[in-house]
Design a protein around this ligand. Structure first.
Ligand code: ADP
Length: 485
């Protein structure tokens, strides 16, 4: 392990500027999914530690809310620089606990820094309004204020960048936070605490607690001192958090599950579509909420597309993420592999044809072969459920309307993609797809400048873009009267 990496490997909670253990002294093991070996431990905290973290954030908010936007912008710029200075070490830590290739980890750390820089800039643009008054002797101001203490709960698939989209706007707006990273990948979350400490972000502004998810989540979503909860994870847990937050009417931002369709029309540039398909399907070994879950390909190019996709999938290099040249790391754990096997078996039993992969990888452990399944039909599990693994089911369609209808036939509405060379069709299909994000002739579309988020059961609120800071701000209307004008 690199010396610098171990510097970020923090085995403690960060509460009010102190690195502390769980009250019980209990810990959770963190393992490397590429070899099953233990990397270290983190505290197994519960409600009591979480409450203290919330109180520390509440205390810190009293002074942090008075800092100027320019001061906070400068803090975020320093944070950005610190991330980039440590990109290699942070990426290595990420690969060790998460499994993705080092190239992808470096990309993720770069994305984290990019979000922080974006919010450093946005911090200075939280404008209010002066509204023309209907009264001669009164004036109307509309101002923006930080909501207060926010709670952030994040998943294991992007343990660094999912937090950058929450910590960034929180600091920019003047909010303080309590973070709960996923138990599989806590070090990339704790590293945020270490980085914030190093660049001089005041104690208690960012607190990190690891441990029992439902207990910590319950405290975060019911404690009246928390004013907003931001969550990235499953729709199932998102719904629990919305329900629990209702008791104290918190603001909620929810980045939940997806079931991304990827449509390829007869008039598409097929090589470009295959390239986009590989990126949109196999990033992080298929473990992202915007990964393609269903390919719909028009009959005229169906066979050619399937053939090229299978060939490209077979070329992907699978192996431990830290190895040079590896493109596909292991899945997060054994349960994830079993789920993928279940999807493949279900498809095969219903007439699906495996044209690439289909099995556990010879490397063993939680490695799985990049898989393409032709002749997919709506009766198969992946029509409705998120695969979260390297399996590409390809459905065939004849007409445009039929494809759009199938694409929309899901309770989810996060990302979708389609490929066409026809401008009229591009607009028709784009307007017909009920999704929060659309890639037209592009398979990777996430960037700090654009609002990331879903519709329907994929969530509420947006992260990134000029919209990304709004959920961290309250709007206040001020009427100034008696001016005697
Ligand atoms: P995933 O399928 O990505 O693991 P989860 O929704 O289960 O999705 O997990 C996302 C995050 O939510 C993780 O940090 C996890 O520990 C946390 N989590 C899981 N269950 C709960 C819960 N009941 N309350 C709050 N957080 C939870």
């Amino acid at each position: 392990m690199l010396k610098k990496t171990s510097h970020f490997l923090r085995e403690a909670n960060l509460i009010g500027g102190e690195w502390v253990q769980a009250d019980s002294g209990q810990t959770i093991d963190v393992t490397n999914p590429a070899n099953g070996q233990k990397i270290g431990v983190v505290p197994k905290s519960g409600a009591a530690e979480t409450r203290r973290a919330i109180e520390a954030a509440h205390e810190a908010f009293k002074t942090f809310r008075k800092t100027t936007a320019l001061e906070r912008s400068k803090m975020l710029r320093k944070l950005h620089d610190a991330i980039m200075d440590n990109q290699d070490a942070l990426a290595e830590l990420l690969t060790m606990e998460q499994g993705k290739s080092l190239t992808e980890s470096k990309g993720e750390i770069g994305a984290s820094a990019a979000y922080i820089l974006w919010f450093a800039e946005e911090a200075r643009r939280t404008y209010g309004d002066v509204v023309p008054s209907p009264w001669a002797d009164r004036r109307i101001l509309v101002t923006k204020e930080p909501v207060g203490v926010i709670a952030a709960i994040t998943p294991w698939n992007f343990p660094s960048s999912m937090l950058s989209r929450k910590i960034g706007p929180a600091i920019a707006a003047g909010c303080t936070s309590v973070i709960k990273p996923a138990s599989q990948t806590p070090y990339s979350g704790l590293a945020w605490g270490a980085l914030c400490e190093e660049v001089g972000i005041p104690k208690g502004v960012v607190n990190v607690v690891t441990g029992a998810a439902s207990e910590i989540g319950k405290e975060l979503s019911t404690n009246p001192l928390v004013k907003k909860i931001t969550f990235t994870g499953s729709t199932e847990v998102g719904k629990i958090l919305i329900q629990q937050s209702a008791l104290t009417v918190k603001k909620v931002s929810m980045e939940l599950g997806g079931n991304a369709p990827f449509l390829v029309f007869d008039d598409a540039d097929i090589d470009r579509a295959v390239e986009g398909a590989i990126a949109a399907k196999y990033r992080n070994s298929g473990q992202t909420c915007v990964c393609t879950n269903r390919f719909f390909v028009q009959s005229g190019i169906y066979d050619a597309f399937v053939d090229k996709l299978a060939k490209a999938s077979n070329k992907l290099k699978v192996g431990p993420g830290l190895e040079v040249g590896v493109q596909q790391g292991p899945l997060i754990d054994e349960k994830a592999v079993e789920k993928v096997e279940e999807f493949v078996a279900d498809a095969k039993s219903k007439g699906g044809k495996v044209v690439a992969g289909g099995n556990r990888h010879q490397l063993g452990g939680s490695f799985f072969e990049p898989t393409v399944i032709a002749d997919a039909t709506p009766e198969m599990k992946f029509m409705k459920e998120e695969i979260f693994g390297p399996v590409a089911p390809v459905f065939r369609f004849e007409k445009e309307e039929e494809a759009v209808e199938m694409a929309n036939d899901t309770e989810f509405g996060l990302a979708c993609y389609f490929y066409t060379g026809d401008l009229g069709r591009a607009f028709r299909v784009m307007e017909g797809l009920k999704y929060g994000m659309v890639g037209v002739n592009e398979g990777i579309i996430t960037t700090p400048e654009a609002p990331f988020g879903g519709v329907k059961e994929s969530g509420l609120g947006r992260e990134g873009g000029r919209q990304g800071i709004e959920d961290y701000l309250d709007t206040k209307y001020v009427c100034i009267g008696g001016l005697g004008l």
